[in-house]
Design a protein around this ligand. Structure first.
Ligand code: NAD
Ligand code: UGA
Length: 482
């Protein structure tokens, strides 16, 4: 029988595969959804009885896992068995930037996509719809098709009863609001050639998404739309961050500027928050990939235009590190600095490409003792990200920089010279800053890289205060005063 989907398999139980399949399982109780991964640890975490041990923190996710896991949602490492049983297979594996070889530093590393396609080619039965969920360079569907069809020469394959349709169905959810985005997407994009296969995938989404929001198109437009959407979003952040610097120089306030320009419908109010630069696993790698593709097609002026979006992001992080050192009497050696938040944005435990990593590394290199508090990021993640061996530093007995994991705000701020707000966690807005001030060493600084605190109030408590994009409005030097 050709299609009539009953059994879905998703290869890759990560930030996309996990939440996406959880929402499909919730909305489609008539389907069996199996999420598989090569990582035994990740699958064990997804199957943990203690829901706080799930590998991913997303508001609303625990509840869906509690309701659907073991019913029509399953997590396992048995890739062969689940591919054999599936009518539709999502590829949702990582596609990071290549670190070596041709295209290193720009092109996407497709080795995980290729190995997924090879597994599918080996084990799939009958007619199977293969859906690209990962973000991929344009034309990858052709590569996947070729690998799937290579079964003719593959002795282990069951070529006698296999056929494949490849669709592109990029994911547009954001971390921290993944469940909300998946349950109520702005649009669902499906690219493909096989109209029957497109209809099968569309029918799944129609269980909860209005048909007007489901856009169907050709494969290449779909693949490319995902890269371009991320490039446009990141471009807005680099634009607003570059203007935040101008506001600081001229006495304007980027918050007021964002409101003023965002009120124009053509510009729009979203994605105009200046901050320490964009983080997350995708914006940088997807723009680098776009730059690589443009270069490949001889469009050097186009690629250098988009490269600037990344350059400004790097510049923003560096300028924040420098200004912190500058304001702390141009030396942070031996000074205790409390870091509020390490995740790349609020409501996630993900730290990939978080601006906090580069800023913390800069401050450690300058000799400061940093204490990091984040409500969701665990100690072992900080170890991986900061990649600095504190023991080595102590053995040399030099008063070099170091970092500590702080279990509480109190531990982080006691005797600290400065606080740096790196992530916009809601709880940082409502802390008892009066009490915090009394525990710190004077002069006590707060550097608000997310612009979440009220300048006049914080200064009235006695703090020295720097806020992203806020210029010296009263022209009396009080914001920059050492
Ligand atoms: P991730 O690293 O969190 O998860 C990928 C998972 O795939 C890992 O657990 C890995 O072990 C597994 N894997 C790799 N090769 C495998 C194989 N051959 N068989 C079985 N499992 C395998 O990555 P992610 O953040 O979920 O991103 C996945 C893709 O989705 C990327 O292409 C990314 O660009 C895209 N994307 C991510 C987001 C996001 O918010 N994170 C949003 C939209 C799109
Ligand atoms: C982003 C896109 O928003 C998603 O549509 C896309 O699916 C996803 O990438 C992906 O392909 O991985 P995500 O990275 O999860 O989602 O989160 P965003 O909300 O886009 O934030 C990215 C970074 O930009 C964060 O560091 C955030 O703090 C920063 N940001 C965002 C700003 O500095 N200002 C803003 O106004 C918005």
């Amino acid at each position: 029988m050709r299609f009539k989907i009953k059994n879905i398999c998703c290869i890759g139980a990560g930030y996309v595969g996990g939440p996406t399949m959880a929402v499909i399982a919730k909305k489609c109780p008539h389907l069996q959804v199996n999420v598989v991964d090569v990582s035994k640890k990740r699958i064990e975490e997804w199957n943990s009885n203690d829901l706080s041990e799930l590998p991913i923190y997303e508001p609303g996710l625990e509840k869906i896992i509690k309701d659907c896991r073991g019913e029509n949602l399953h997590f396992s490492t048995n890739i062969k068995k689940q591919i054999e049983a599936a009518d539709m297979i999502f590829i949702s594996v990582n596609t990071p930037t290549k670190t070596k070889g041709i295209g290193a530093g720009k092109a996407s590393d497709l080795k995980w996509v290729e190995s997924s396609a090879r597994e599918i080619s080996k084990y799939a039965n009958g007619s199977t719809i293969v859906v690209e969920k990962s973000t991929l360079p344009v034309k990858t569907a052709l590569t996947i098709k070729r690998i799937l069809e290579s079964h003719d020469t593959n002795m282990n394959s069951k070529s006698y009863d296999q056929s494949f349709s490849v669709l592109s169905n990029p994911e547009f959810m954001s971390e921290g609001s993944a469940i909300k985005d998946l349950e109520n997407p702005d649009r669902v994009l499906i690219g493909g050639e096989d109209q029957e296969a497109i209809k099968e995938l569309k029918d799944i989404y129609l269980n909860w998404v209005n048909h007007e929001k489901i856009l169907t198109t050709d494969l290449w437009s779909s693949e490319l739309s995902k890269l371009i959407a991320n490039a446009f979003l990141a471009q807005r952040i680099s634009s607003i961050n570059s203007m935040a610097a101008l506001c600081e120089k001229t006495g304007a306030d980027i918050k007021k500027v964002s409101l003023a320009i965002g009120s124009d419908k053509r510009i729009g109010q979203y994605f105009l928050d200046s901050g320490p630069g964009f983080g997350g696993s995708c914006f940088k790698k997807d723009i680098l990939n776009l730059v690589y593709i443009c270069d490949h097609y001889g469009l050097e002026d186009v690629s250098s235009y988009w490269q600037k979006v990344i350059d400004i992001n790097y510049w923003q992080q560096k300028r924040i590190s420098y200004l912190i050192v500058d304001k702390l009497f141009r030396t942070v050696s031996g000074k205790k600095i409390a870091i509020f938040g390490f995740a790349f944005k609020a409501d996630t435990n993900d730290t990939r490409e978080s601006p906090a990593i580069s800023i913390c590394k800069d401050l450690i290199e300058e000799g400061s003792q940093i204490f990091i508090y984040d409500p969701k990021v665990k100690r072992d993640q900080l170890e991986k990200d900061l990649d600095i061996n504190n023991n080595e530093i102590n053995m040399n007995n030099e008063k070099d920089g170091s970092w500590q994991y702080a279990k509480s705000i109190n531990e982080a701020v006691t005797n600290a010279d400065a606080i740096i707000i790196m992530t916009e966690w809601k709880e940082f807005e409502n802390l008892d800053y009066k009490n915090i001030f009394s525990k710190m060493r004077s002069p006590s600084w707060i550097f608000d890289t997310r612009g979440i605190l009220e300048a006049e109030y914080i200064k009235s408590l006695g703090f020295k205060f720097w806020k992203i994009g806020l210029g010296n409005q009263k022209n009396d030097d009080q914001y920059f005063d050492l």
